[in-house]
Design a protein around this ligand. Structure first.
Ligand code: FES
Ligand code: FES
Length: 191
């Protein structure tokens, strides 16, 4: 049985003599053909054959959010998703946020302006989770933002600055869209 908004899972496929399979992945609006082991995760394929090192490996078991990518707009831990199951969806990594002229996305710029990182190991995951949050909730409260980002951990403890950047990102994106903020939607010091 399949859910309405997900393509059916691919069935078993024959492996080549080397035990690997051919996959077609859509990443950052580019189609890639890769030849990989069927037990490789999406994270391994992104960082290996595709050379996209924005998604980071932290825990490797879905607990830290360092490997967060967007799959059809939703945050997913790439360390938990087998690469063969990532066919037929649109994958976005932090590299895909940059403009064609090299300009930073408004969310990236807000993180820079608020120095919302120290070592930055967690930052790509936080930025993509922020993008998903603001697509769902363009005008979140600070508490709502903190709750949405609870699956992303920062070992440097930059949470206050990260939430500052998230709230500023929301304001910048609303400004771009001409959408007013809700009354009293900011000003909560949760962290
Ligand atoms: S590395 Fe994927 S959640 Fe931690
Ligand atoms: S800035 Fe170092 S882990 Fe978040």
């Amino acid at each position: 049985m399949t859910t309405p908004d997900r393509p059916p899972l691919p069935g078993p496929r024959p492996a080549a003599a080397d035990g690997k399979v051919d996959l077609t992945l859509r990443v950052n609006e580019v189609t890639h053909r890769v030849h990989v082991r069927p037990d490789h995760t999406l994270l391994e394929v992104l960082r290996g054959p595709l050379g996209l090192t924005g998604p980071r490996e932290g825990c490797g078991v879905g607990m830290c959010g360092a490997c967060t990518v967007l799959v059809d707009g939703r945050p997913v831990s790439a360390c938990l998703l087998l690469a063969p199951l990532a066919e037929g969806v649109e994958i976005l990594t932090v590299e895909g946020l940059e403009g064609t002229d090299g300009s930073l996305h408004a969310i990236q710029q807000a993180y820079v302006d608020h120095t919302a990182f120290q070592c930055s190991y967690c930052t790509p995951g936080f930025i993509l989770a922020t993008k998903a949050l603001l697509a769902e909730h363009p005008d979140p409260t600070r508490e709502e933002a903190a709750a949405y980002l609870a699956g992303n951990l920062c070992r440097c403890g930059s949470y206050v600055k990260i939430l500052d950047a998230v709230m500023d990102s929301a304001a910048r994106l609303r400004l771009d869209c001409g959408t007013p903020a809700r009354t009293g939607g900011e000003g909560h010091d949760l962290l």
